[in-house]
Write a protein that binds this ligand. Sequence first.
Ligand code: SAH
Ligand code: SF4
Length: 382
Amino acid sequence: MLRTLNTPETSGKSNLCGLSRDELRAALAVAGVPEGQTKMRAQQLWHWIYNKGATSFDVMTNVSKDMRATLEKTCEIRRPEVSVAQLSEDGTRKWLVRLDDGNEVEAVFIPEDDRGTLCVSSQVGCTLTCKFCHTGTQRLVRNLTAAEIVGQVLIARDALGEWPSPSDGRLLSNIVLMGMGEPLYNFDNVKQAMKIVMDPEGISLSKRRITLSTSGVVPMMQRCGEEIGVNLAVSLHAVRDETRDAIMPINNKYPLKELLTACANYHGVSNARRITFEYAMLKGVNDSLEDAQELVRLLKKYDIPAKVNLIPFNPWPGTAFECSDWDTIHAFSEYVFNAGISAPIRMPRGRDIMAACGQLKSASEKIRKADLPASGPAATSA
Ligand code: SAH
Ligand code: SF4
C-alpha cells in the first residue's frame, strides 16, 4: 500500500535531538528537571545521545530511575524514519529519510580505503534549478531543521554500528554537505547541526573533515568560513558568465567575478586548506581545452588555493545533457594538472542506486517503497 504523504507521525513529545546545548537545558527545565540540575543533566544526556547513540532513556544508567521516568513522559530521542535503505554494488549506501511531514530527503555513505564520507542533505529539493541537476527539478522545497540534518548522521552511524564514537579508525570519518539543497540558503540550521556534529563531547568530527558545497551564494560565504569554519567546495561548472548563467541561474545574481573574489577571501583558506571547485563535465557545454585554459587563468588571476574535482556528468531520467567523452575529460584534467592545479577525475559512486552527485531527488516524486523489488543487490528494505 502506498503511504499517505503529509501525515505527521509525531508522538507529541519534545525531541531532544538537534538542540543546541542551551536549548537542551531549556527543554529539560520544561520537562521538570530542577533548575539546579539542568546543566549537569544536559551534559549527561549530550554524552548519551551523541557519544553513545542512545535512543531511549532506559539505557542511561547514571540517571536515576525517577528522572528517567520524568523525561520519558514528555521527551524523546528520535531520528527521522528510514523508509528505504539501499546498497550499491560498489558499497555505497543510500537512505531515503522520511520526515515528520511526509517529505523525504536522501543521505549517501561512500566508503573508501582511507575514509568514509557521508553526504548529507540540507533542504527538501532545491530552489536553484541548475539545469544539469536532478534535485533542481523537484518542485517541493523546504529547509531541513537542525534535527533533520543531524538525524541523517545519527541514522548513518546506527546503520554502521558506530557507537560509541571511536577516537580513530572511524567508518564515518567525513561529512560533505553535498546532498539535496543549497546549504547556504539554510544557514542557521546547517550551522547548528554542524556545531553539534563537531562538539568534542559527542560525535566530535573535526571541522577539517567537513565540507560544505555551495552553488555560489556569495553573501553567505564569509559567514560560513567565520562562523562554521568548515572546508568550502564551490559548484563552478563553467568559466564564462554566459555559460554559467545558462546552466546555473544563480550566476545571474552572483557572477563569476564576485564568486571568485569571495573564494579568494574565504576564512582560513591556504595551500594546506584549499577550496574545492566542482566541475561536472558536460559534453559540448563546458569541456573544451579553451575552457580548461580559462579555468586555470581565473584561478591564477584570483590567486585562489584551489583543487578541481572533475565529475563525469551523472545522467538522470529526462536530462538533456550528456557526459563528455573520456578522452575529453582526460585531456581537460591533464591540462589543469600540468598548470600546477590538482584536477582528479571523480569516479561516480553508487550510480546504480541513483546515489551519485546530482542524481538525488525525493523518492516521493519518483518511486514508492511498494514499487521496489522485494530483494536484489541494489534494494534492501530498511
Ligand atoms: N547545492 C549545493 C550542494 C549540492 S552538491 C551545490 O550545488 O553545490 C552536489 C554537487 O553535484 C554539486 O557540485 C552539483 O553541481 C553537482 N551535480 C549536480 N548535478 C550533477 C550531475 N547530474 N552530474 C554530476 N554532478 C552534478
Ligand atoms: Fe541545487 Fe546544487 Fe542542484 Fe544547483 S546543483 S539545483 S544548487 S542542489
